[in-house]
Design a protein around this ligand. Structure first.
Ligand code: IPM
Ligand code: MN
Length: 353
């Protein structure tokens, strides 16, 4: 008998429910094939619930989710809710409350997928970004003084703890070792300007690397140069590790070179706790309910969830099915231009398992 996993499902806003539906279809097909049981519990957190009740993430829901094996999330963000409320109240709140200190974002160009980078293909675009996910500029440290006056002051502080930086770096070194590609870990920072924050990152990087990961080659690139190399020579990267803010920015760039938000998946990982998997694009309100959004990012997030849960064969099978669909079926990864509906893409991936 295979294992049973309890999954909290948060379809969320906009096109979230549509892509989660296809993701679950594929996950269920994989579960059947690999003899796993997925027990799903759905939570209606998101813009609609907030508008109805004023609640973002109820304490009782959070306590239930703490007992689960993983969270599968669609999208958070509602056009009628002021920006920040849902993002902070649900997404960031879950990341922080569950101490999901790694944001894992693979940048992998699948066969048949168009990339805006000329003369680069799947051979050249295949790296992973490890983004610190609980500290930095996202910590909420700072404030506004003399608000609304001409003397107004706004301060937002990047918080970098030795513990937070070390655990993130360690995860990245282990991943680089395990990937076994070029065994190169690049620290992306800004040591020439952010001379406190990235001084800590850089020292910890070399200390840990030298002490415990002598088989991993260490590289360093400033964040602006990282953006440049991601376009010019993406093949130079194997694993990139960086702080929360830089990681947020460079992974949107990464999503574009791997074919867009239709395919980019991410995991908010607590290696010792409950992790959360999501397509990294937003709720795409204008496509909501039209059955045209690309579900592959959500499907890939589902595969990543299985991989992190330890079901690597099932995860690989989903990834192979996705690659077959991108290589042989889809005309484009963009919403409305795939040549198939959201439902049909989910059906194809599920049937190829
Ligand atoms: C992401 C998103 C979030 C972030 C927003 C919605 C708070 O952009 O997951 O990358 O900045 O982390
Ligand atoms: Mn982002």
């Amino acid at each position: 008998m295979g294992k049973t996993y309890r999954i909290a499902v948060i379809p969320g806003d906009g096109t979230g429910p549509e892509v989660v539906r296809e993701g679950l279809k594929v996950l269920r097909a994989a579960a059947q094939k690999f003899d796993l049981t997925l027990e799903t519990t759905e939570y209606d957190f998101g813009g609609e619930r907030y508008k109805r009740t004023g609640e973002v993430l109820p304490e009782s829901g959070l306590e239930e989710i703490r007992q689960m094996d993983a969270i599968y999330l669609g999208a958070i963000g509602h056009p009628e809710v002021k920006p920040g409320i849902l993002e902070k109240g649900i997404l960031l709140n879950l990341r922080f409350a569950l101490d999901q200190y790694i944001n894992l974002r693979p940048v992998k160009l699948y066969p048949g997928v168009w990339t805006p980078i000329k003369d680069k293909g799947p051979e050249e675009i295949d790296f992973v970004v490890v983004r610190e996910n609980t500290e930095g500029l996202y910590s909420g440290s700072g404030g506004i003084l003399k608000k609304g006056t001409p003397d107004e002051v706004a301060i937002q502080t990047s918080v970098n703890t030795r513990k937070g930086v070390e655990r993130c770096l360690r995860y990245a070194f282990e991943l680089t070792h395990k990937r076994n590609k070029t065994r190169t870990l690049t620290l992306c920072g800004k040591t020439n300007v952010l001379t406190y924050a990235f001084d800590l990152w850089e020292r910890a990087f070399h200390e840990i690397g030298e002490r415990d990961f002598s088989d991993v080659k260490r590289e360093y690139a400033h964040v602006d140069a990282t953006c440049m190399w991601m376009i010019k020579n993406p093949e130079w990267f194997d694993v990139i590790v960086t702080d929360n803010m830089f990681g947020d920015i460079i992974t949107d760039l990464g999503a574009m070179i791997q074919g867009g938000m239709g395919i980019a998946a991410g995991g908010n990982i607590n290696p010792e706790g409950v992790s959360m998997f999501e397509p990294i694009g937003g709720s795409a309100p204008k496509y909501t309910g039209k059955n045209v959004i690309n579900p592959l990012a959500a499907i890939c997030a589902g595969a990543m969830m299985l991989e992190v849960l330890g079901e690597e064969d099932a995860a690989d099978a989903i990834e192979r099915a996705v690659m077959k669909v991108t290589a042989e079926k889809l005309k484009s990864l963009a919403a409305g231009k795939m040549g198939y509906s959201t439902t049909e893409v989910g059906d194809m991936v599920a049937s190829l398992l």
